[in-house]
Structure formats: structure tokens, C-alpha cells
Design a protein. Structure first.
Lengths: 451, 310
């Protein structure tokens, strides 16, 4: 009789729910000092950085929107976003997602966890969700902190967009928030790569470094003169493509492609990590990563995914070559010039003039007209022409352009100095350099948006 | 009627690639029994303990845990707890937080689940709020035991639970395991500390290269037909030496004796009985008579030597 009761009771095998596993994993994550420090740093450091830099006389003009940090508090979170896409987010995902499975290897706690939870599937789900939660908390900290620092230190002022048009403070806030939301997609892709590295490489430090290394490789690739299709097929392209939100009209084509590619990478890399995790033999004490299987199940499918993505983007989009073409560059420079000319007019207390009245056009060549006018380079030269009401002669100004392979350019005024030379103008936030002296812009690499 | 079995294993085999870790293992562990697993490194102890915890499934054979057949991994019934290869603890959490997190994972209320009680039982009350990162190996072992106790197990599986324990810690662990067995919990533990096993276990299973070479009560080991070395201290060492030399089946081992007052003799139990009778008849008082190495250790050493020879 006793034996029968024992057998009946024994059949009861309770598995731990994902919700409880999730809480358990969160407790473990936030109990680590390095995670606490990261959270603190992400919620405090950007505010201090933005506030401090905004008060400096020299601004980080090499970073997109850095030249506007004196003018509006909304430039700060965008500078932080640019920096985060390059450095902070890959490192944060490395530390959190790249270690969430490897930590159990390091501590020797897999068997304990499996006996307690009794389901590798639920362990995977709990770990993935908890690391995602911490990463979202860190990203939210970077965004909120930098925005708060900028608005408190400089103020809630309009923001000059990437094509020179003015965004209202409300519009700037909304677009900044949207930009941060967009970069969650490549962040998720990096996090998924981190999970894959953490599962596949065990306690090897390579697992921890994988997202950072992948992000670095993607950045290097973006600096090369790659075809547009390859550029867009990289899961980190959204870290650049959010720039298109700050033009009018918005350059949504590359951004949406970038987001979709990032999300596909996130899903595929997570699925591969899941498959590797379920196949792992937890009875093997000497597990140091799944070695050859990591290559065949982890890396090769991602290489295949990249090839497929390049193929799909090539077929689905009309862009060829570098995507940087003379006509697009001329249109972009002329648009930005017109917007900024109008701003300069107002700052110099001259009669208002609209962009339509200016009818600005630009004529650009490369290498003094000796090179084919396409592709990146610092040898672009543009002559901008415009008209003023009741003035018969057209004005003209010269710019030297440095166009990077990702389509971003910096236009440097080369005369006449009364138009695009260096002098100070009065703005609501104090004296500032002539907006036509140097300005940022970008060339949309696809043919999806007409300016 | 026999006592219900907590573990019933028949013909269990388990291989890792070409390495056969377990080769046709049979094992019975009764409810309320403390059962020891002994064997040289690589004998298959940890693999067997892993199967009992449900971490893996056997390639063939039948394994029943608490009356339920174990057909797939991680399907060990509730009531099975323990650890292999050391307790799983999170160093960034305190001892209490480790237990509370585990209780919450199982859906237990940390306030009512008896965390303080199990900490007291393993003697860790004073360090309950210290991070596990600062714990010694012995303290970690005790905390691992506390974590297992939290689940109120009916089968406790422990791999080398005595590692790193100081005498006080050892006392705590022994007391806990004895109490559990008295309450009907079955305990299976592996150890290289023969004194622990002899103090705790009613039965042992000796494994060698994945096979069972002995399984049964410790007393049966002593009765096995094997000569052992014994230390013999008497009131008259000279007379005792003479009597030992004259007794059939007794071999004097002068090299083994470091104390002139002590004889070391090698003998079967029957020959030893004869010697004791002769000493008593000759009026020589026997002050100490004990195996130099315990029967369990002797069996273990014999196995190890045999393995080296093979």
C-alpha cells in the first residue's frame, strides 16, 4: 500500500514556470555588481556627459548633431545615440547577453539549475527574457539620462535636422525617442548573437566578446566602399539609418530595411542559440563550448543568412554601387543649404525668405571634375546657387565636401566668407557659429525618397 | 513485506561516445536508507548520481525513482534533490538569498518555507546574510545541503558532501543525514572519505569501471574472504608476538608497526578470533584491536590496485 502511494506521488513532476525562472534569472543578474554599476552608469553618466559637453566651448562636431549641442537639449541624446551605436550598445550586450549562459558554466551551476527547473526550454526562455529586460533597462537609461541632461543643461529648443530643416521641440523629442526605439532592433540582433556566443562557446572569453567583435566588424565594413545591398544587409545598419528620421521627408526606406534585417538576425541567432542549447549534453563535466558544432550550427547559418539577405536586398531595391551619386548629393546639399540659409537670415535679422523663393541648386563634382562623380571621398566640391526675391543676380557659394561611405557628409564653407565663412551669429541660446559655415548632411543610399 | 524502494535500477548502461561509463548496473536503495557509493576516479559514480537526479537518461536498462520509471531526462519526480560536482550556488547572493531565490523558483513563499530552519540545521545561521562568494568549500557544501533540504526531499543524492568540511561541519552534516534517514528519506552519497561512509551508511555499492563489484551491508564486506591488517595493542607485547607467531593464518608485519607496543598482524577474521582466544587464555589483556584500514577502504584499495594492474 505504501509503495503504491509513493508511486502515485512520484509521478508528480512539477516544472518551474517561465515566469518564475525569469524572476530567478533577474535576481541573479541584478545581484551582480557589474550589472548594478552598468545600470547606474547608464542612468547617470549620459546626463552628466551631455550637460558637461553642452557647457564646453568646443563641441564634438565630428559626431552627428554634436555641433548643435549648444543650441538644443535634444542634440545631446542624439550624440549619445551615435556613440552608443558604435561602442556602448555592443559592449552592454556583450556583458549581459554574452555572459548569461556562460556564467552558469563558470560557476558550475548548470546541473543545479536543471534539477531545479527541469526544462532546458524554460531555462533558455527565462535567460533570454531576463537579459533582454536588463538590456532594455540599460538602453532606456542611456536615452532618458542623455535627454534629461540635455534639456536641463541647454533647454527644450528646436533641433536642426540633418537636412537643415527645423524640428519643433516636441517634434525633436518624438523623433529622438523614435530613433532610440529604432536602434533597439540592431541591439536585439547583437543580444541574440551574444546569446549564441554564450551558449556555443561556454566559459571561453570569446563568447563574452562576440557581440562586441561582430559590432566592430560591422563598423569596419560600414567604413569600406561596399555596395549598398551589402551595407543594408548588415544587422548593424540601423545604427546609422536612424539618421534618416531627421530629414524632411524622412528617409524611411533604408531604416525599415535595416530594422527588418536586424530583427531577422535577432530571430535566427536566437533560434540557433536555442537549438544549440537544447542539444547540449549537461552531463559532460569538461564542456568548454560546443566547438565544431558551434561552427556548423552557429556561425555557418549566419554567414548563409548574410548571403541571403544581400541577395534579397539586391533584388528588392533598385540601388546599385555605393548609392552615392552626383544627383542625389546635389539635391541633398541644396536642400540643407536652403534650410540653413533661412535660419541664418533670421539670426542676422534680415527679411525672411522661404526655401521656395531661394530655389537653391547645387552643382557638385569630384576630384576637380577629373573623377567620375559618384562614391565616397573628401574630394567632392559643390557650388550652391540661390536667388533672393527682387534680386536679379543669383548668389553662389562653394563647399568642400567629405562624403563617407555610409552617405553622411560634412560640408565645409569655402567662400564667399560673408555667406559661409566663420563668424558668430546671435541665437536664442547665445552666440553660435554661422550655420552655413559647416554643416552635416546625408545622401540617401536608396532611391526611395524624393526631397 | 520488503520495505518500499526509493531506487530500483536494473541493467543500467550509459556511454559517452566510446567510453562506457556504466555497464549493467543494478542498485536497490530502500526508503530511509543511507547508501554509499564508492569507487576509484572514473568508476561511474557521478554518472550514476546524475541519472538518479534525472540529469540524463540511461542508454538501456530500467530505473525507477520513488516508484516512478525514469524514461527521459529531467523527469525525476518531485522529492528528489541533491547535487553532483558540488552544490550550485550563486556567489553574488547571500546564503539566505540563494535559498530564497530557490524557494521562489519552486513557487514557495520564502517567509514560510523554513529557510532559517535549514540554515540552522546545517550550522550556517551566523553567516546567513554573507555573500556565498566568501564561503569556504565546506560552507558551500553545507549551503548546498540546506538548498536540498528546502525541498523536503524523499530522496537525497549527494556527490562528495564531505569535501572541505571541518569537524564541526562534518558533525552538522552527519546529524542532518541521520535525521533525514530516520524520518524516512533515502540518501545516496558518494565519497572518498571511508570514515564518513562507515559512520553513515548502512549499505554501500562499490563501483569499478562502470560495474558493481560489491553491493550490500558494510558488515558483509568485513566478512568477505579477504585478509586485513589489524593493529593489536596488548598488556604484554612480547607474549602477544609469540602467540601470534604460533597461530595458524596469522602473519606478523613488523614493517607496519611504528610503535614497539603495537603489533600489526595480517589475518582472516577466523584466524584473528583464534588469536584473541589464545591471548585471553594466556592472560594477556587486549587493549586495542582494530583494522589498520577499514574493510571498506581495504576493498577500495584492492580495487584500485587491481585497476592499476589491468
Amino acid at each position: 500500500m505504501t509503495a503504491t502511494i509513493a508511486a502515485d506521488r512520484a509521478a508528480d513532476t512539477r516544472r518551474v514556470s517561465v515566469a518564475r525562472g525569469y524572476r530567478f534569472e533577474l535576481v541573479k543578474l541584478v545581484s551582480q555588481w557589474r550589472i548594478r554599476l552598468l545600470v547606474l552608469a547608464c542612468w547617470v553618466a549620459p546626463a552628466l556627459f551631455v550637460a558637461a559637453v553642452s557647457q564646453q566651448s568646443s563641441l564634438p562636431v565630428d559626431t552627428l548633431f554634436g555641433r548643435w549641442m549648444h543650441a538644443t537639449g535634444w542634440a545631446g541624446p542624439l550624440v549619445t545615440l551615435g556613440f552608443s551605436g558604435t561602442w556602448a550598445l555592443p559592449l552592454l550586450t556583450s556583458v549581459v547577453a554574452g555572459d548569461v549562459f556562460a556564467a552558469e558554466d563558470r560557476l558550475g551551476t548548470w546541473r543545479h539549475l536543471l534539477v531545479a527547473v527541469r526544462s532546458p526550454r524554460r531555462i533558455f526562455a527565462a535567460k533570454a527574457l531576463s537579459s533582454l529586460t536588463v538590456i532594455l533597462l540599460l538602453v532606456a537609461g542611456l536615452a532618458c539620462s542623455s535627454a534629461a541632461g540635455g534639456v536641463v543643461a541647454v533647454g527644450n529648443q528646436p533641433l536642426v535636422g540633418l537636412d537643415g530643416h527645423l524640428l519643433t521641440p516636441g517634434g525633436a523629442a518624438g523623433t529622438t525617442l523614435l530613433a532610440w526605439v529604432c536602434v533597439l532592433a540592431p541591439t536585439l540582433a547583437l543580444a541574440a548573437i551574444g546569446l549564441l556566443g554564450s551558449v556555443a562557446l561556454g566559459r571561453s572569453p570569446m563568447g563574452l566578446l562576440l557581440p562586441a567583435l561582430v559590432a566592430l566588424a560591422m563598423q569596419l565594413a560600414q567604413m569600406l566602399p561596399l555596395p549598398v545591398a551589402v551595407r543594408l544587409a548588415l544587422p548593424g545598419y540601423t545604427f546609422i539609418a536612424w539618421n534618416g528620421l531627421f530629414t524632411s521627408p524622412r528617409q524611411l526606406g533604408p531604416l525599415l530595411i535595416g530594422i527588418v534585417v536586424s530583427l531577422v538576425w535577432a530571430v535566427i541567432a536566437t533560434a540557433l542559440a536555442y537549438l544549440l542549447f537544447l542539444r547540449r549534453d549537461f552531463t559532460n563535466l569538461t564542456y568548454e563550448g560546443s566547438g565544431r558544432r558551434a561552427l556548423t550550427v552557429g556561425a555557418l547559418p549566419l554567414v548563409g543568412l548574410l548571403a541571403v539577405t544581400v541577395g534579397v536586398v539586391s533584388v528588392a531595391t533598385p540601388a546599385t554601387g555605393s548609392g552615392i551619386e552626383q544627383e542625389k548629393l546635389q539635391r541633398s546639399v541644396a536642400t540643407a543649404f536652403a534650410h540653413l540659409y533661412r535660419m541664418q537670415t533670421e539670426q542676422l535679422n534680415r527679411p525672411d525668405v522661404t526655401e521656395e523663393q531661394l530655389k537653391a541648386t547645387a552643382t557638385c563634382n569630384k576630384g576637380g571634375g577629373k573623377l567620375t562623380p559618384e562614391g565616397p571621398g573628401n574630394d567632392w566640391r559643390c557650388v550652391v546657387s540661390w536667388h533672393l526675391p527682387d534680386v536679379e543676380a543669383a548668389g553662389s557659394a562653394i563647399y568642400q565636401l567629405d562624403v563617407t561611405p555610409d552617405g553622411r557628409f560634412v560640408a565645409d564653407g569655402d567662400g564667399p566668407k560673408e555667406v559661409n565663412g566663420y563668424f558668430l551669429v546671435q541665437t536664442p541660446t547665445g552666440d553660435a557659429p554661422n550655420p552655413l559655415w559647416q554643416f552635416d548632411g546625408n545622401v540617401e543610399l536608396l532611391h526611395t525618397t524624393k526631397g | 513485506m520488503d520495505a518500499p524502494l526509493a531506487i530500483r535500477a536494473r541493467g543500467i548502461t550509459k556511454s559517452f561516445g566510446e567510453v562506457v561509463a556504466l555497464d549493467g548496473i543494478d542498485l536497490d536503495v530502500a526508503q530511509g536508507q543511507i547508501h554509499g557509493l564508492v569507487g576509484p576516479n572514473g568508476a561511474g559514480k557521478t554518472t550514476l548520481l546524475g541519472l538518479l537526479l534525472g540529469l540524463a537518461v540511461a542508454d538501456s536498462g530500467r530505473l525507477e525513482i520513488l516508484g516512478a520509471p525514469l524514461a527521459r531526462a529531467l523527469a525525476a519526480p518531485d522529492g528528489v534533490a541533491g547535487f553532483v560536482d558540488g552544490p550550485g550556488l550563486y556567489p553574488s547572493l547571500t546564503a539566505r538569498q540563494n535559498l530564497a531565490a530557490l524557494a521562489a523558483l519552486r513557487g514557495q513563499d520564502a517567509r514560510t518555507t523554513g529557510i532559517d530552519d535549514v540554515l540552522a540545521e546545517v550550522g550556517l545561521t551566523d553567516v546567513a546574510d554573507d555573500r556565498a562568494s566568501g564561503f569556504s568549500l565546506g560552507m558551500r557544501q553545507r549551503l548546498g545541503l540546506a538548498a536540498a533540504l528546502l525541498t523536503k526531499p524523499r530522496l537525497l543524492v549527494l556527490d562528495e558532501p564531505s569535501n572541505g568540511l571541518d569537524p564541526a561541519g562534518k558533525k552538522h552534516v552527519h546529524r542532518v543525514l541521520t535525521r533525514l534517514a530516520a524520518d524516512g528519506t533515502s540518501v545516496v552519497l558518494s565519497s572518498h572519505r571511508m570514515d564518513d561512509l562507515e559512520a553513515l551508511c548502512s549499505e554501500v555499492t562499490i563501483l569499478a569501471t562502470g560495474r558493481v563489484v560489491f553491493s550490500g551491508p558494510l558488515s558483509k564486506l568485513a566478512a568477505e574472504d579477504r585478509e586485513l591488517d589489524y593493529r593489536l595493542r596488548t598488556s604484554d607485547p612480547q607474549a602477544a608476538r609469540q602467540l601470534a607467531a604460533d597461530t595458524a593464518g596469522i602473519h606478523l608485519d613488523d614493517a607496519g608497526a611504528r610503535d614497539a607496543e603495537v603489533l600489526v598482524v595480517r589475518a582472516l577474521v577466523s584466524a584473528l578470533d583464534e588469536l584473541v582466544a589464545r591471548l585471553v587464555n594466556a592472560g594477556v589483556a587486549v587493549r586495542e584491536l582494530a583494522p589498520v584500514v577499514s574493510p571498506l577502504e581495504a576493498a577500495f584499495l584492492a580495487l584500485s590496485e587491481q585497476q592499476e594492474e589491468n
